[in-house]
Design a protein around this ligand. Structure first.
Ligand SMILES: Cc1cc2nc3c(=O)[nH]c(=O)nc-3n(C[C@H](O)[C@H](O)[C@H](O)COP(=O)(O)OP(=O)(O)OC[C@H]3O[C@@H](n4cnc5c(N)ncnc54)[C@H](O)[C@@H]3O)c2cc1C
Length: 258
């Protein structure tokens, strides 16, 4: 079993910022990342609130810059998914599919996971048409893509995918919850249609397409699309935290080990 000084779980902006600062302070550390460095910001169409990029920067390019910053500080990255973290004898035990590691200090920066659809009638024999992240859709062209969700992520996804596709965004409220600026851009985009006040309660596969059926005010509507991207919010991603750590959580946080 390998012994580490500090382990960081997650190579998104939070984990990267922590890793760089800890390196600057002279600590040795390992960062675990199960997918690609950059985390969720890789999904952003245009990041406009990151100081230093007045005209904005795409999420992918920002992620590349973050990765090269990490490399400059020679942060050791283990491309492994952390499956479980336990706590015993004053050490955190990290288990991945490859190995187990012991560390004195643990920094959890594992971000969020998308909330799943809770639709009573999800009649899908083709679940590979329903997506919760944008990345697998970025190479799709000339299709009609439906997006469920009325927040920033749904509208940012729509602007991104509308470069090569037609998009319908469906949300239950009268007005979307996203930034007004994103809504205005979507309204100006001829490839995107907003369908408000609709609650989808049935999704089925038909002729290699998805048919979404829902109630809009007092009548049913059907929307046919090639695939569906669900962006209805995200929740904490901490499923790898074991009970032995949970019971000691407050004590460990107070002693600055977690
Ligand atoms: C479409 C979209 C557009 C956005 N646009 C903007 C924007 O313009 N401006 C802005 O400020 N924010 C934006 N955001 C939000 C921003 O991306 C997040 O706030 C930010 O990425 C959070 O960083 P994080 O490091 O906390 O988590 P994340 O970015 O989620 O990173 C967590 C990392 O941990 C890894 N991980 C998780 N579990 C494990 C495990 N068990 N083992 C190993 N690795 C693991 C994940 O793979 C991931 O790389 C946007 C988000 C979306 C979805």
């Amino acid at each position: 079993m390998d012994n580490l000084d500090i382990a960081i779980i997650g190579g998104g902006p939070s984990g990267i910022a922590a890793a760089i600062q800890l390196k600057r302070c002279g600590y040795s550390l390992v960062l675990f990342e199960k997918y690609e460095i950059g985390g969720l910001i890789r999904s952003a169409h245009l990041v406009e609130n990151y100081p230093g990029f007045p005209t904005g920067i795409t999420g992918i390019v920002l992620a590349e810059k973050l990765e090269s910053h990490l490399k400059k500080w020679q942060v050791e990255v283990y491309k492994q998914e952390v499956e479980k973290v336990d706590y015993q004898d004053d050490l955190f035990k990290i288990s991945t599919g490859y190995a187990q590691y012991l560390t004195r200090i643990l920094l959890v920066a594992s971000g969020t996971i998308p909330k799943k659809l809770n639709i009573s009638k999800l009649c899908l024999n083709n679940e590979d048409k329903v997506f919760y992240e944008i990345e697998p859709l970025l190479r799709i062209k000339n299709k009609h893509i439906c997006i469920i969700g009325g927040g920033d992520a749904a509208f940012d996804y729509a602007l991104n995918l509308a470069e090569h596709n037609n998009i319908s965004i469906l949300y239950p409220s009268t007005n979307p919850r996203c930034l007004p600026l994103l809504y205005q851009r979507v309204c100006r985009n001829k490839s995107i249609k907003c369908i408000n006040e609709v609650t989808i309660d049935n999704i089925r596969t038909e002729n290699n397409n998805l048919t979404l059926k829902g109630l809009k005010k007092d009548h049913f509507i059907e929307i046919v699309g090639s695939c569906l991207l669900v962006a209805i919010g995200r929740e904490k991603n901490l499923k790898f935290i074991g009970n032995s750590l949970l019971v000691n959580k407050t004590k460990l946080e107070n002693s600055k080990k977690l």
